[in-house]
Ligand binder design. Sequence first.
Ligand SMILES: [Mg+2]
Length: 372
Amino acid sequence: MTNQNVVASETMALAVTTVANPSPIFPYPQLNDCSSGFAVRTKCLPQLDHESKDGRVNAWLESLKASSPTHAKAAAKPAATHPEAGPFWTTTHPSALDMFGEITGASVGKQIVMFLDYDGTLSPIVDDPNRAFMSVEMRDTVRDVAKYFPTAIVSGRCRHKVYSFVRLAELCYAGSHGMDIKIPAKGHILMKANAKAVLCQPASKYLPMIDKVYRALLETTKSIPGAKVENNKFCLSVHFRCVNKKRWSTLADQVRSVVEAYPKLKVSIGRKVLEIRPSIKWDKGKALEFLLESLGFTNCKDVFPVYIGDDRTDEDAFKVLRSRGHGSAILVSKMPKETDASYSLQEPSEVMDFLQRLVEWKRRSVEACPKV
Ligand SMILES: [Mg+2]
């Protein structure tokens, strides 16, 4: 059996960038008649189970195509200058750098807890996800952030892989879209006294099934040049980015043929990727809530979560912050998108600027008033 379509669990990213769309605000990939946003899209997914095989594959293909602008097109027009964005985007989702004072002002008297996506947030999106390295300067910045704020990396990647990129033992890590959470045994100096070392894997009972489907997908898709199957331990990704678009339909049908035998798994659509994961009610939003509780911050009055991410799956965390009515959700995107985030940053370099300003602000606060 050829291994041309194998992507080791620790060697491939879930590629996410901005979404091009003729409308001023760019929605995440949609399915059929679903009208807006990720929450609606995920609700629509089960309906596909009742559609014809062709209908399901066609729906996947439409969404894959809608979510697959070229890097050049996505990068060509930053949100603030996109001709169709208008002032609406910068008004409704202003730059977190411009609104730095408002964000830090809202956090006064509370402990900031930082949540950071990896790909597209701390590292640039690149054609070869194996080389999505974070810069030395970014690593130093995140290390400084963790000196002042409990910090968690929340990624779609396998937890061990994202750790191999970040390499900061003092952080918490939530891999597989939050389905694999580890809080360091030593704990964080800023954790509450009742915080605890934790390994949380809510989808662990699905591991044998995930592994079985992974092997089936490898075998089934091996005839498609460029098809890549990634094992993220608790979820799987079938990447279309290196597959000729003329073969997308065949590849999507192959995925359907494997997954349809496993009703306890669900398929979601990302940028040139089909993602297969357990149908459990667990996502990055649940991971955020779990981490806050585990770190000892169950009281909303004394904590101020800041979540920065560019991924469609980060919207689940944005939604949690919006429903809790506190904290700051920051979307990393060059293009306007439908989002539950309140603020925006255009790219990882702006994320680093924001984090460095946050560290400097906190450092000065501590120096001015050691008990702040
Ligand atoms: Mg990302």
